[in-house]
Structure formats: C-alpha cells, structure tokens
Design a protein around this ligand. Sequence first.
Ligand code: SIN
Length: 281
Amino acid sequence: MTIEVTAAHGAGAYIAGVDLNTLNKTDIDTLRKSLGDYGVLFFRDQAITCENHIRLAEQFGRININRFFTALPDYPQIAQVLKEPDQTQNIGELWHTDHSYDQIPALGSILVARELPQSGGDTLFISMIAAYNGLDASMRKHLQGLTATHSSRHVFGTKALKRHSQDDLGGRFKNADAATQDSIHPVIIRHPISGAQAIYVNPQFTLHINNLPADESNSLLIELYEHCKQEAYQHRFEWKPGSVAFWDNRATWHQALNDYQGERRLMHRITIEGQPLTGRI
Ligand code: SIN
C-alpha cells in the first residue's frame, strides 16, 4: 500500500492507504513527517486493536498515563473519553491544547472512535501554525519574548471536582489532589519537529500572560483567541466507525462538540510524552 496524504481544509491532513495494525518503518516515518507538516492526521476505516493503538503511540515517544482520566481496566495506557446517555457534559468542550499545564507538555494524542452517537460529536481542530502565520507583523513582534502561565488546578483540581459533582463530569475525572501543575511557556513557540512558529496559549488552561497588568493580559488573550478561532484555520472532523485522529498539541487546539444529548460516545485516547518548549530559533 502507498500512503496518500491529502491536506484538509483549515487544519490537518487525511491519510489513506495505511492499516494502523500493520505499520512498517517507512509508514511510521511518513506519519511522523506528515504530523510535523500538518499538525493533525485523520484516518478512516481502521480496525485498530488496543494493543496496536499502544504500539503505534510507542513509535512516537513514551506513553503518558493520564492522571486525571479513567483508564481501561486492562490497558492503563488508554484513557477513556466517555459520555453516557444520561450525562449532559462532555470532556473537552472548551478549546484547548492538552497538557499545556505541564512543564514538559505532551507531544500529542491518538484518539480512536469506539462508540459513536447516530450524529454529532465531531471534533474541531485549529492549526496554531496557520494562526501564527495569519498574525500581522506588529502583533508578532509584540508577542515575541512574552511568556504565559498555564494551570491544571481550575480544571482538574479539588474546587473543580466540587463543581463537577454538580455538572456530572465528576465520575469521569480522578486524582483531583494531583492537579498541582502550573507551567510557564513562551506565547510563541518554535515547533520541536518542524521549527515552525506557533501560538501556544489556549482558552482552557492558560491563566494569564506574565509581566502584563491583568486587564492587558486579558484583552491580549481575548484578541488572540478571536484571531485563532477564525474559520480559515479550522477543520471539523466528523467521526465515523473506524476513524482515528492523531494530533500534535504543539501545533493545534481542539474542541469536542457536545451536540448528541441522550447518546453514548466512547473514545480511546493515548497521550504521548513531549519535550520542553522554547521560543528560540
Ligand atoms: C479531548 O479533548 O481529548 C477529546 C476530544 C474528543 O473527544 O473529541
């Protein structure tokens, strides 16, 4: 089989001509390059087993065993992203970049569709490299050298857990006591694989831009978020049975749509460790 890579509108690329259960070294090299080039890879019609999901992730780095999500009983490496028919909240509804609260943020995740609603439950992706490229020169200059603080506390910590006990996310997250991570990263990073510049703040986990008065930090973040959310930088991925998405957190944001009330959606997610981020060339 020859791998075909087709750029998607806005962000990412569709990968065809590959069976994720039987990858060889050339396939892995092509996927690695495509991930660097496109930020998120979309696959259709896969029947990937849990073992091969783990094997695929291990080709890209060490697996991060998620401390907040419930794992599959037989596969601690695989986190469940689940919404039951009687639950109203989903996981990942706000635009975000996974693990930006870690000092060494995760490279990315491989998400496999296991049970899907009849319709809805799409995931939106934004290319943060395209969003950076769309900034005007004066904004790029303004952002260069700035850093931002990110945190897990307000999303996974004990206060959030109390909120989640009312909004029904509670049972799906664990280890609130472990949500002690805060991190500082450049607002504009150099992507560790491609060297491209990307915006690295996100609505879910970024608290503020450092060394700016609070109102200036807030208005700059709002301006950046509005810029990033433009349709031109977005791709809407419609999940079908057998779909898989592999995204790079340093190059994308994502958002899971919560438009399938009364139905079950179960995804298997493996997250891969990354490396420290820098804004330097
Ligand atoms: C996530 O935010 O990691 C989950 C995305 C999804 O369920 O589509």
